[in-house]
Design a protein around this ligand. Structure first.
Ligand code: MAN
Length: 358
């Protein structure tokens, strides 16, 4: 498959929020084409604060209005073990993150590849009760007259949930709170209602694991109350998407069906890989899977240096997709190794050719 790939953004392109903070990653952006055809990204900035005596300092949002924090000091003695992302599992059974994230705005030229403007000011952050420990992985879609943004909110009482914010102008966001409760990530909303309902894909996770984390569908009359849920796409035994999967970018409408770009995870010889694949869902009934990237052939694998090495090695994580102005290609915006953002242009015809049809 021919892919035009560009490393778009990296931590050194931005200034940390405070002088004693450090940017660990610029990753997993929401993307939307603006009315003037330029492209807006909401990039996730993950920052860390060095703790005292080898421990960790966890900032916790303390203000509705300003980017201001209280700090939880975590001493080395309190940490029982560290997770894959450096999450700290503490003696009292709770977990804390090594980074806190917010969104910054980037404007790209019409071609989706050239940076026109970077803004160091946070444009969307957690607030107390909605992302006390930050907001992550925006997915932005236009539905009717509204821009809808789903994002992971990591909160003191509500854990790792998915929240929704709605905007008319991509400037003022109205927070609607949690729409998919913990633990739930990778939620994307379709760009239009189907059979009179809003439709979302999301990825709940439980600790009582009968099944591996999969992509679920959910419907809503009003964007607030979601239901009629079921798992519609599952990880596959012996596939590149064996361990867990999650929706990537909001679905794109094509004449053949909804094109959904998703990520799949597999651990091989103790190394974890995040690959990218595609799904084609029926336009009228998105529960019906028409086609999928084959078991042995993801659409894109982490082969670039900036996907193989970084904060989390071997990760490509697509969260944004827009149509190229030629109407034939899509441009994906992906996190690379949880450290950087790349833009990748692929032809939709090539994607369709690569799929296995059911
Ligand atoms: C995982 C990773 C991190 C993220 C946390 C909390 O550990 O996806 O990037 O910060 O979950 O959502």
């Amino acid at each position: 498959m021919k892919i035009i790939d560009k490393l778009l953004l990296k931590p050194t392109d931005f200034k940390p929020s405070f002088i004693d903070w450090e940017i660990k990653g610029i990753l997993n952006p929401g993307a939307i084409r603006l009315a003037d055809k330029r492209v807006l990204l909401y990039v996730r900035v993950a920052e860390s604060v060095q703790g005292k005596k080898g421990g960790m300092t966890c900032p916790i949002m303390s203000s509705e209005k300003e980017y201001k924090f209280d700090y939880e000091e975590i001493s080395k003695e309190d940490i029982v073990r560290m997770g894959r992302w450096g999450e700290m599992y503490l003696k009292d059974g709770l977990c804390r993150l090594p980074t806190i994230s917010h969104f910054k705005k980037v404007i790209l030229a019409k071609n989706g590849f050239n940076i026109e403007r970077l803004n160091d000011k946070p444009v969307f952050t957690g607030v107390p009760g909605d992302g006390d420990y930050g907001v992550e992985d925006a997915r932005i879609v236009k539905n009717g007259g509204n821009y809808l943004m789903t994002y992971v909110s990591v909160s003191y009482n509500d854990g790792v949930s998915t929240s929704l914010a709605v905007s008319k102008d991509l400037v003022k966001w109205e927070r609607k709170g949690i729409i998919f409760r913990e633990q739930n990530k990778d939620a994307v909303i379709f760009p239009e209602k189907i059979m009179g309902k809003y439709v979302a894909l999301h990825r709940p996770e439980g600790s009582f694991e009968f099944s591996r984390p999969s992509i679920w569908i959910s419907y809503s009359p009003d964007l607030i109350y979601w239901g009629r849920e079921r798992s519609i796409v599952q990880p596959r035994t012996n596939g590149w998407d064996h361990d867990r999967i999650g929706a990537g970018a909001p679905p794109i409408k094509t004449k053949n069906g909804w094109l959904e770009i998703y990520h799949g995870v597999i651990k091989k010889n103790d190394i974890t890989y995040y690959n990218v694949g595609a799904l084609l869902l029926d336009l009228k009934n998105p529960e019906k899977i028409l086609a999928r990237s084959p078991l042995n052939k993801p659409l894109i694998s982490p082969t670039k240096t900036y996907e193989k090495t970084g904060y989390m090695n071997n990760v490509i994580f697509p969260t944004g997709a827009i149509m190229d102005l030629n109407g034939k290609d899509i441009i994906l915006y992906c996190g690379g190794a949880d450290s950087v953002i790349s833009a990748k242009k692929l032809s939709i015809a090539d994607i369709f050719k690569s799929l296995e049809y059911y």
